[in-house]
Design a protein around this ligand. Structure first.
Ligand SMILES: [Zn+2]
Length: 297
């Protein structure tokens, strides 16, 4: 296990303990969340080492890497993935019709396949070898291992996407520097993240499925992603809601709580979370998409 001793966002070394979360989906082990005293960034610490992390992903139940449509929640997930994919492609088309696109953490390859079908020049990075191989075989897409990031040419991408990926990345600052190097001066970084300051996160506390320890090493809010971007010369210029995530995450959280009527209760809390974020106009949806570009000097 590794203890995080310095905040990757503000470099502070002062932390307080928040609470203990359980890994409900795979190991059933407990993990502590700590919070930076200065910038409020929430961190899983102590956490497994790089070598140990792999076994926390080794499950067919980890649905972003699996392709089985069993169970109500999983079925719903697959249905919503189709709609979400369409939304992602139309978002990108708003900024470029023919982008050179890099998808970091391309997983099962569905997004890259949609990019390919839209005619984008798109490549992916996926550290998990079985996922990478399967996605290449299934879709015929261009996916590489993580070490390739350092070999790609500077300023060679118009769009770099990280769909629910940055919270899994061990060395945040290193990854952000790589992204800045690879991004064209006019390019856009699209980062989707769970938001631990959302209503559903505050409602479920340690049961909130968006914490997903120890796979999620970092737990962002709109402020902390803005701060991390700023540190690397990137400005968040737009924030978009991911409306479906509040329902999905709330239903999973109810399942972790072993609630009866988990589906109905989850739908209700998900709805409240979305309504509150919409009415308050405070960018506090359960999950959000942040669009960043290089800060003009
Ligand atoms: Zn901090």
């Amino acid at each position: 296990m590794i203890h995080v001793t310095e905040c990757p966002v503000c470099n502070s070394t002062a932390f307080k303990s928040l609470f203990i979360c359980k890994d409900y989906s795979i190991s059933r082990e407990d993990f502590t969340l700590i919070q930076c005293e200065y910038c409020n960034f929430v961190i899983t610490s102590p956490r497994p080492t790089s070598g140990e992390l792999g076994r926390y992903y080794a499950s067919d139940n980890y649905i972003s890497h699996s392709d089985t449509a069993q169970g109500l929640i999983n079925k719903l997930y697959h249905f919503i993935r189709k709609i979400t994919l369409r939304g992602k492609i139309s978002l990108i088309k708003k900024y470029s019709n023919n982008p050179r696109l890099l998808d970091i953490g391309s997983g099962a390859g569905y997004f890259l396949n949609s990019c390919k079908q839209s005619g984008f020049a798109a490549i992916g990075i996926e550290p998990d070898t079985p996922s990478r191989m399967r996605s290449i075989q299934q879709f015929g897409i261009d996916v590489h291992e993580e070490s390739e990031l350092d070999k790609l040419n500077s300023s060679s991408f118009d769009i770099i996407t990280l769909w629910h990926v940055l919270e899994h990345v061990e060395n945040l600052n290193n990854r952000m520097s790589q992204i800045c190097r690879l991004l064209d001066s006019e390019g856009i970084v699209i980062i989707a993240l769970p938001n631990c300051s959302s209503f559903d996160a505050r409602h479920y506390q340690s049961f909130w499925a968006g914490y997903d320890v120890p796979r999620h090493l970092w737990h962002f809010t709109p402020q902390t992603i803005r701060d991390l971007g700023f540190k690397h010369g990137l400005t968040v210029f737009k924030t978009l809601p991911m409306h479906f995530d509040s329902y999905y995450v709330s239903m999973l959280s109810e399942k972790y709580k072993k609630s009866t009527l988990a589906f109905i209760k989850g739908m209700f809390i998900g709805l409240i979370s979305n309504l509150r974020a919409t009415l308050k106009q405070n960018n506090s949806y359960s999950s959000q998409i942040y669009l960043l570009r290089k800060t003009s000097k």
